[in-house]
Design a protein around this ligand. Structure first.
Ligand SMILES: Cc1cc2nc3c(=O)[nH]c(=O)nc-3n(C[C@H](O)[C@H](O)[C@H](O)COP(=O)(O)OP(=O)(O)OC[C@H]3O[C@@H](n4cnc5c(N)ncnc54)[C@H](O)[C@@H]3O)c2cc1C
Length: 242
C-alpha cells in the first residue's frame, strides 16, 4: 500500500494511486485505505474532490458488466472528519475483506451450479451416435464429478456460515473456502464449456460468461496463490510470502 495521508490542520492530504478499483469512475464516494504516520487508516473521499481523478481499464474480457478503474490522489484534501472512526492498522481493512470473501465463496457455488445445470440439460438433449451425449459413460463421470464438487463446496459454505454466526470463523478458514470454491467453479466452468462443444464458446449459454468472470474472481479478493500462502502460514506458522 503506497497511498499516503498526511494530517494538515483540519484536513488530511492524500497522495497516491489505487489500481483495479471496481466502479471507480461512477462512484460518488470512495473508501480509501492509506498509510499515515500512525499506521494504516480508512478515509471517505468524495469523488468530485479536485484532487481525485479516475480512468477506466480498457479491453477487459472478464466482468464486462462493471467498470474497473485506476484512481489517482494528487494533493487530495479532505476534511479531518472523513477519517473512518475506529479504523486502526491493516486489521480494519482486512475485516472488510473477510466479509467480501465469505460472499465470494457462496457466489462461486452459484456460478458452478449454473454451469452444471446448463450442461446437464444440454447433454440430455444433444444427440450424437444415435444417443443423447448424457448416455455416454464419459459424460456421466464428468457430471458425477461436478455435482460431487458442488455439494462439497456447498457444505463448506454452510459450515463456515455456522462458524461465522458463532463468531468463530477465522481468516484462514475464509481463505480456504474462497480458494477452494472459486477453483472448483472455474474447473467446472471449463469442463462444462468443453462438454457443450462449439456452442460452449458463444454467449447463447451462460457457461463461457461464467468462465471468463471467474478468471477475475480467481484473482480478486485475494489471489488463489496468496490464499494458498495464508493457509500455509496458518498450518506451519511460517510465512512464505517473501
Ligand atoms: C475485475 C477486477 C476488479 C477488481 N476490483 C477491485 C476493487 O474494487 N478493489 C480493490 O482493492 N482491488 C480490486 N481488484 C484488484 C485485485 O484485488 C488485484 O488484481 C489482486 O489483488 C492481484 O493484484 P495484482 O493484479 O497487482 O497482481 P500481482 O500482485 O502482480 O500478482 C501477479 C501474480 O503473482 C502472484 N504473486 C504475487 N505475489 C506472490 C507471492 N508472494 N508468492 C506467490 N505468488 C505471488 C499472484 O498470486 C498473481 O498470480 C480488482 C481486480 C479485477 C481483475
Amino acid at each position: 500500500m503506497e497511498t499516503r495521508a498526511v494530517r494538515d490542520g483540519d484536513f488530511w492530504i492524500l497522495n497516491g494511486e489505487k489500481a483495479w478499483i471496481t466502479n471507480g469512475t461512477i462512484a460518488k464516494l470512495a473508501i480509501v485505505w492509506a498509510r499515515t504516520d500512525d499506521g494504516v487508516r480508512g478515509f471517505l473521499v468524495e469523488t468530485d474532490n479536485p484532487g481525485f481523478s479516475a480512468t477506466n481499464v480498457k479491453n477487459k474480457l472478464s466482468l464486462r458488466a462493471s467498470v474497473t478503474s485506476n484512481l489517482s490522489f494528487n494533493d487530495c484534501r479532505i476534511p479531518a472528519g472523513n477519517l473512518l472512526a475506529g479504523t486502526e492498522g491493516l486489521k480494519s481493512a482486512l475485516s472488510c475483506l473477510n466479509e467480501a470473501r465469505f460472499g465470494i465463496a457462496w457466489g462461486a457455488v452459484g456460478a458452478a451450479m449454473s454451469c452444471f445445470e446448463t450442461v446437464l440439460d444440454y447433454t440430455k438433449q444433444r444427440v450424437q451416435f444415435d444417443k443423447p451425449i448424457a448416455a455416454f459413460q464419459l459424460t456421466q463421470e464428468k457430471l458425477a464429478d461436478m455435482i460431487t464438487e458442488i455439494t462439497k463446496a456447498q457444505l463448506l459454505c454452510v459450515r463456515l456460515a455456522h462458524l461465522k454466526e458463532e463468531g468463530r470463523a477465522t481468516p484462514a478458514q475464509i481463505s480456504l473456502a474462497k480458494r477452494n470454491n472459486v477453483k472448483m467453479a472455474l474447473d467446472i466452468a471449463r469442463q462444462a464449456r468443453g462438454m457443450l462443444g462449439a456452442v460452449g464458446i458463444t454467449g447463447d449459454l451462460p457457461v463461457f460468461r461464467h468462465m471468463m468472470n471467474l478468471e477475475s474472481v480467481f484473482t480478486y479478493e485475494g489471489t488463489h496463490e496468496i490464499h494458498t500462502l495464508t493457509l500455509g502460514r496458518d498450518l506451519t506458522g511460517i510465512a512464505a510470502f517473501s
